[in-house]
Design a protein around this ligand. Structure first.
Ligand code: SF4
Length: 456
């Protein structure tokens, strides 16, 4: 990075600090879903659904990492896990039985938690139950999130997963540096990761690796070593997420000393470093996602969008979430399952959908327009196309967003955007480091709440 760019990043990171801005896994972000749940309407939508992405939440983890923002359960014995699978089967039946055809899905995703922490019998049972109701489309993706530890992701488990139809595996590496890992209470050894990933690849899995930047004690040197190791391991896809520090929402994060966290300038430099090191072998596709083989022309038609599963290249916006705390989207409705295990199971035992009251959101036309800009265009790494918005939604950008225009023009002056008054607004390279700051200009929900209330 040249000196001019360094100075510019330094200035911009002071002005556009993203510390309190949401990650935009959805729009509006889930902390703004506050409508009551209409279970009858949800059931009807589920019945009418022909195809959707399917997310299965398996919350159990061997130990808990301090930086984690996921809904997870520490340990869990075999009986707990079996009972949880029974609850998932009840939920599947409640949501997807009585249909003339199974639900089609281009993307079945088991996340958590640590789904690979289930034993082989439990994995097989859950996969077989899922298949009764969900059919993976041709060339569809069946994906499992995994911890890069050969004691959790054993060869026998990988063979079983392959036989059950899984074709994609995502390893949460985050960083290899010992001090960083100790500060977040996580273990991840380069050799073990190399071995496990190599084994997964040799069995024919497509392999994704998640990295996290902005972690405690993570400096440019530490992250550079991790990135170089990752390039040697050569996963098919790398997603580099910024660490989100919200100790008020995730109390375990209080164990991370505030002073150990890199400042916003270093955070932007860490992402710049990822870009620099990955650029020779990977193509940046937006949403913090890098796909192996450099050059967009080598990935025709691939468009990455941010979603609850991180980032995804498959199109369907419909999502059926299964498991405690799982999020769904059917039609224009977002809703969330209850998080507490006992309430989740109790709802299912009573034959009710385990939807949390007061956490539903029905999209307005305005939400749809803003979601298109925030999730698809800005976070998807494509320009804001005013004509395309007019064609899709019938709105004149300059009139509809007249209140946002002065802020966008000021961002243009700061070098974050180009062409604010032209037909296409382009985010500059500098702007991509502050993409959430650009996105939040279009988010009226964020403006109407106090700082810190947003979740990621
Ligand atoms: S980061 Fe993954 S392994 Fe660690 S506690 Fe969270 S879900 Fe569990």
């Amino acid at each position: 990075m040249n000196q001019l760019m360094e100075h510019q990043l330094h200035y911009l990171s002071q002005k556009y600090n993203e510390y309190n801005l949401p990650m935009y896994l959805s729009y509006p972000v889930d902390s703004h879903w506050r409508q009551p749940a209409d279970e009858a309407a949800i059931s009807l939508q589920l019945q009418q659904l022909a195809a959707a992405q399917v997310y299965v939440h398996v919350p159990f983890c061997r130990s808990v990492c301090y930086y984690c923002c996921c809904d997870r359960v520490l340990g869990g014995n075999e009986e707990d896990k079996d009972r949880y699978i029974s609850a998932l089967e009840q939920e599947l039946a409640l949501k997807l039985s009585g249909r003339s055809r199974r639900l089609k899905s281009a993307n079945i995703h088991w996340g958590g938690g640590t789904p690979a922490y289930l034993n082989e019998r439990q994995i097989e049972r859950l996969a077989v139950s899922l298949k009764q109701y969900v059919e993976l489309e041709d060339n569809g993706r069946m994906k499992l999130e995994a911890y890069p530890d050969k004691h959790i992701v054993t060869e026998a488990k990988l063979l079983l997963l392959k036989a059950l139809g899984f074709n994609y595996i995502s390893f949460g590496i985050q960083d290899f540096d010992t001090r960083v890992l100790k500060a977040i209470h996580r273990e991840c050894d380069v050799e073990a990761a190399r071995e496990t990933i190599g084994l997964a690849r040799s069995l024919g899995f497509t392999v994704n690796v998640d990295l996290c930047y902005g972690l405690p004690y993570q400096g440019l040197g530490e992250f550079e070593r991790t990135l170089k190791e990752i390039v040697k391991i050569a996963p098919d896809k790398i997603v580099a997420f910024p660490y989100a520090h919200y100790p008020a929402i995730y109390p375990l994060q209080r164990k991370i000393p505030l002073l150990s966290l890199p400042n916003s300038y270093i955070v932007s430099r860490l992402f710049a470093l990822a870009r620099e090191i990955l650029s020779s072998d990977y193509t940046e596709m937006g949403s913090d996602t890098f796909i192996r083989n450099n050059g967009r022309e080598r990935h025709p038609g691939v468009h990455v969008v941010r979603d609850f599963m991180g980032s995804s290249e498959t199109g369907s916006p419909e999502l059926v979430g299964l498991g405690k705390s799982a999020v769904s989207r059917t039609g224009r409705l977002y809703y969330k399952n209850v998080q507490a295990m006992d309430r989740y199971r109790a709802a299912l035992d009573e034959g009710r959908l385990p939807v949390e009251q007061g956490t539903t959101h029905s999209w307005s036309e305005d939400d749809a327009i803003r979601a298109e800009i925030i999730l698809k265009q800005l976070l998807g790494g494509t320009p804001i196309d005013k004509q395309a918005l007019k064609d899709s939604f019938g709105v004149e950008f300059d009139t509809y967003f007249r209140q946002e225009l002065p802020v966008l023009r000021s961002m243009e002056k700061d070098g974050l955007l180009e062409g604010v008054d032209s037909p296409r607004i382009q985010v500059t390279t500098s702007g991509t480091y502050f993409i959430r700051a650009v996105a939040h200009v279009f988010d009226p929900y964020y403006k109407s709440t106090s700082i810190g209330e947003n979740s990621i």
